[in-house]
Every structure is written in C-alpha cells, then in structure tokens.
Write a new protein. Structure first.
Length: 259
C-alpha cells in the first residue's frame, strides 16, 4: 500500500502554471536530460519507439533528434502539449498505454512527485517490450540540501518549529532496490550532481517555481509563512564566488525489461 505524501492535484496545477514559464530553466532541464540520455551511447541496442514521461518539452526533442519515434505524456495537459504531437495528459500512477508498447522509456526529473513510486515503476516496466530500457532520473537525498537547511534553521529561530517546505527525496541506495522490486533486470542506480550558482538567493526560488517545483506535500503548511522567513533563510545560503550555491543531486536509474 502506498503512502500519500503528495497532493497530486497541486502537482498538476503547478505544472499547468509552469508550462508558460519553464523556458526559463530550459538549460538546467537540458543538462539533466543530456546526462540521462548519454546512457544510450553505452548500448548497441537501437530503439524505435520511446515514451517520454514528463520531459517538459525538452526530452522529446532530444529523442526525436536521435531518430526515435516518441510519445510524450505529462500529468498536466498544458505541459504535455509543449512536447508536440503525439502527446497525452496522463497520470504516472495510472498510465493509459497498452503493455509492450515501447522499447524505451525516459523519465527525466518527473517521478519525484509520485506517491506510489514502486507502482509507477512497475507500470513503466509493463509498457516496455522485452529487452526494452528504462532511463529515469529524480532528485535524490542531498538535493537542495543548502535550501532545506537554511529554511529549517531560519524557521526554527523565528517560530520554534519548522514546517516541511522541501520535498523528501529517496536515498540512492533505495533506488536500485526499487528497480529490482519492480521487476527490472540489471538495475543500476548512480548519482550525478548538477551544481548551480545564482546571482541572488531569490533567483533560485524563481527557477523552482518556473519549473513547476513548488511544494505539493499534503502536510505542507498552508498558512502564509512568517514574513521574515525567506529573507532570513536566503541570507544564510552558502556562497561561492559571490553567488548563491545550490546542488541538484540526481539519482540516475537504468533497468531492462525481461522477456
């Protein structure tokens, strides 16, 4: 039985809104996608039909440039449309595709708001043909650690407690186990760090919102935060070369569907 941690309606709203702003973070999304798709160069297997899950208009173009016919899906209809036809609005927890429809599935930074991640991975395996490949990346434990620590400390000083404001992320060691549990062969989970520098602390928050990454936790505090919270937290963010530092730690997952 899956635990319900995330408000899926809120995830959809955030991604709908971000469909108009996501170009602002296209470089970051492209970097993450390239790191994931580089794994295709490590295999002699050739892929004819791919499913792009939540690629925000970035992944589908890269797959098609490789000559791979690609269908895209996203929880948000507006975000799905950014990938061009064929694209459908679909819930990662209830995929509408027939078994053995694709020989490649790519989910770049799109599974971390799923409540039932093991169930979603099982469904992704089921839509793969025998010898099909899953490539997925999602933020791992340690992502945005600088922001999490700054917010937690500032709120505890201001109010004596701290509400959850950054999504919980899985431990890398758990990710390979999840692939194995979902029935993938040769499961591999490794880590890629994308280190980001921002001219101002607020620019980091603007990028998160532009990407549709506002908090969607069910237990999030819906009251307005203390007015001093974000200024205090952002002032405490670590700096490098006079810029605010943030780390996006990606768990990169690969697994093969068996016959």
């Amino acid at each position: 039985m899956s635990m319900h941690v995330f408000d899926r309606a809120a995830v959809r709203r955030h991604r709908d809104r971000a469909a108009a702003t996501v170009d602002a973070v296209a470089d970051i999304l492209a970097d993450a996608a390239d790191r994931l798709l580089d794994r295709l160069d490590d295999t002699t297997r050739r892929f004819g039909q791919a499913l792009d899950v939540g690629g925000r208009g970035v992944v589908a173009a890269k797959l098609r440039a490789r000559g791979i016919d690609t269908v895209s899906c996203d929880l948000s209809p507006r975000m799905a449309a950014r990938s061009g036809a064929p694209a459908v609005a679909a819930d990662e927890e209830l995929l509408p595709f027939a078994p053995a429809s694709f020989d490649l599935v790519v989910a770049s930074l799109s599974l971390h708001w799923v409540n039932d991640l093991p169930g979603a991975l099982i469904q992704l395996r089921q839509v793969l043909r025998p010898d099909g490949l899953l490539l997925a990346s999602l933020p791992a434990l340690g992502s945005l650690a600088e922001l999490r620590a700054a917010l937690t400390h500032a709120e505890s000083v201001l109010t004596g407690g701290a509400a959850p404001r950054v999504s919980p992320f899985p431990d890398l060691r758990d990710c390979a186990h999840l692939l194995q549990r979902a029935g993938f062969a040769l499961p591999v989970a490794d880590v890629e760090d994308i280190r980001l520098l921002y001219a101002t602390p607020l620019a980091l928050l603007h990028d998160l919102r532009a990407a549709g990454e506002a908090s969607a936790m069910l237990e999030r505090d819906r009251r307005p935060p203390p007015r001093a919270l974000f200024p205090a937290a952002l002032a405490a963010m670590p700096e490098q070369q006079g810029r605010v530092r943030a780390t996006l730690r990606l768990a990169v997952l690969t697994g093969w569907a068996t016959a």
